[in-house]
Design a protein around this ligand. Structure first.
Ligand code: ATP
Length: 503
């Protein structure tokens, strides 16, 4: 199965097994908006909890807030979003499809990267076969492809930095990029498109004001900086964290929940002494990678991508990229945002947003390191990595979601072997013991093998079977999802056995 087919299977599985539904499906859906279903919302909540615990509970100098989505419209003027939160877009005149100019170029670069990977595979074989001449040829091609990637990336970064829209169009034309729908190279000029949604607050007759749906949660943190610093008696360095919805009118909405118009972010702004920001930038760069890898997803699925094009407010930035089924793409951003945001809010609000440093006896606008990750992208990373189709020893197949146990939507399924002889009642007793501690599911329908498969397909790490021995000796069987191994445990010991595995 190639990656495209795999991704299709993953999307289909997410719907069929109650993780994610297209929004408003009975009305034929709404582009790039999705609903989380019964298992999806559990998984999403577990991801948010895992982040909140790691960031807020485990760091004594980070506190969490929950600011409103609607904010004073001047905030978005101060932050630069009204004037500069734009994407360069280009339309194909034949298909009438609209694309982000930089995404078209990145897709082109991805294709060259795929070619490099193929050449490297070939080179390995030729090396093993002592085919020196052909090996050299392959290596030469890799060098040429890499140069093409580097040149293209540098040119694109320069155009984006200089806001050179004609330069972007020229690059697309020179690279011979065609529209994937029409196949033609009949492009419009590149234009800027603001990504913020706007609406009206108050009734129109009263002269309503235009306000925006926040495109990031960060500004809710900045405008509360002073309140939190004072009421929380915070000492620098300290952080403010927040999880919440954000909205962007994305031009290219595709790849399922990777790029949505309504999504959720988990952001943390870390306030530091001016001059110490790059030290803390390196700290958070490492710390966030550790958070990802602590989930047990192998390290080769992650990489850093340091930015060539820095946003106007940043003096360092990197992405943590994840190997999605459609290639390495941004999962989380870590930015050194300088004192830009707080200084802008000082300017626009006329209020001082300063920290008094008792150690140096100085007042200053703190510098900020931001870590920002999309809940939905994290969901997609966990879900797509967990999705596995296996052929078992007896030739049968199973689809299993190998979620890390602490993120799994259902932790334990409780299954009476048969629907009689007092087994369902006993199973209910087990359910009552476990239910207050973990998400459980009771299932007595169909043969036990089919019930195991159903649990595999939603990623339940443990199944507990109540059989005739249970009625005699008060023990049950635990069946592990990944190894399919089974072992007996006394019911009295179940919590001791399961809780450490789920932590
Ligand atoms: P991209 O380049 O992919 O558009 P970005 O650089 O604009 O992302 P940031 O503004 O840094 O993203 O947002 C921080 C995080 O929020 C991203 O790393 C991503 O996980 C998430 N995110 C941003 N836009 C979306 C979206 N449209 N849908 C889902 N998640 C998103």
């Amino acid at each position: 199965m190639n990656n495209e087919e795999l991704f299709k299977q993953i999307v289909a599985h997410a719907k069929e097994y109650g993780f994610i539904f297209p929004s408003s499906e009975i009305y034929d859906g709404l582009a790039a908006v999705y609903d989380y279903a019964q298992y999806g919302s559990e998984l999403k909540n577990n991801i948010k909890q895992y982040w909140w615990k790691a960031m807020v509970q485990m760091h004594e100098n980070i506190v969490g807030i929950d600011s409103a989505i609607f904010m004073h419209p001047t905030i978005w003027k101060a932050s630069g979003h009204v004037d500069a939160f734009n994407d360069p877009m280009i339309d194909n005149k034949d298909s009438k499809k609209r694309y982000r100019a930089d995404v078209l170029i990145e897709d082109y670069i991805q294709k060259i990267e795929d070619k490099i990977n193929k050449e490297v595979e070939k080179a390995k074989k030729r090396f093993e076969n002592f085919d020196e001449a052909l090996y050299r040829q392959t290596n030469q091609r890799v060098v040429e492809y890499q140069k093409k990637i580097d040149d293209t990336t540098a040119r694109m970064a320069k155009c984006l930095n200089d806001n050179d829209l004609a330069g972007l169009k020229a690059l697309i034309e020179e690279l011979g990029i065609a529209c994937p729908i029409s196949g033609t190279k009949n492009w419009t000029d590149v234009r800027q498109f603001n990504l913020m949604f706007s609406t009206q607050i108050g009734s129109l007759s009263e002269g309503a004001d235009t306000i925006y749906l926040r495109p990031e949660t960060a500004q809710g943190i900045f405008v509360n900086f002073l309140n939190v610093y004072k009421t929380g008696r915070m000492k620098i360095p300290f952080g403010i964290a927040q999880i919440g919805k954000a909205f962007r009118n994305e031009i290219v909405a595709r790849q399922f929940i990777f790029r949505m118009r309504e999504f959720e972010q988990m952001e943390m702004q870390f306030f530091v002494r001016p001059g110490e920001e790059l030290k803390w930038f390196s700290f958070w760069k490492e710390e966030r990678m550790k958070w990802h890898q602590a989930l047990g997803i192998p390290a080769e699925n992650y990489r850093y991508h340091d930015h060539e094009k820095l946003a106007h407010y940043a003096n360092a930035a990197t992405d943590i990229e994840f190997k999605f089924p459609f290639g390495f793409k941004e999962l989380e951003g870590i930015h050194s945002r300088t004192d830009y945001d707080l200084s802008q809010h000082e300017k626009y609000s006329g209020k001082k947003l300063r920290y008094f440093d008792a150690e140096t006896n100085e007042s200053y606008v703190p510098y900020v390191i931001e870590t920002s990750i999309g809940v939905d992208r994290m969901f997609l990373a966990v879900f797509s990595h967990a999705y596995t189709e296996e052929t078992l020893e007896d030739g049968s197949t199973r689809t299993v979601l190998r979620f890390p146990a602490k993120l799994a939507p259902v932790k334990v399924a409780i299954l009476p072997l048969v629907k009689k002889d007092g087994m369902p009642e006993k199973a209910r007793e087990v359910m009552d013991i476990l239910k207050p501690e973990m998400m459980c599911q009771y299932d007595e329908k169909d043969a036990i093998g089919r019930r195991y498969r159903r649990q595999d397909a939603i990623g339940t790490p443990y199944c507990i079977t109540v059989d005739s021995d249970t009625l005699n000796d008060n023990t049950v069987t635990i069946r592990e999802r990944d190894t399919m191994k089974q072992y007996r445990v006394p019911i009295d010991n179940l919590l001791n056995e399961l809780l450490p595995k789920l932590r």
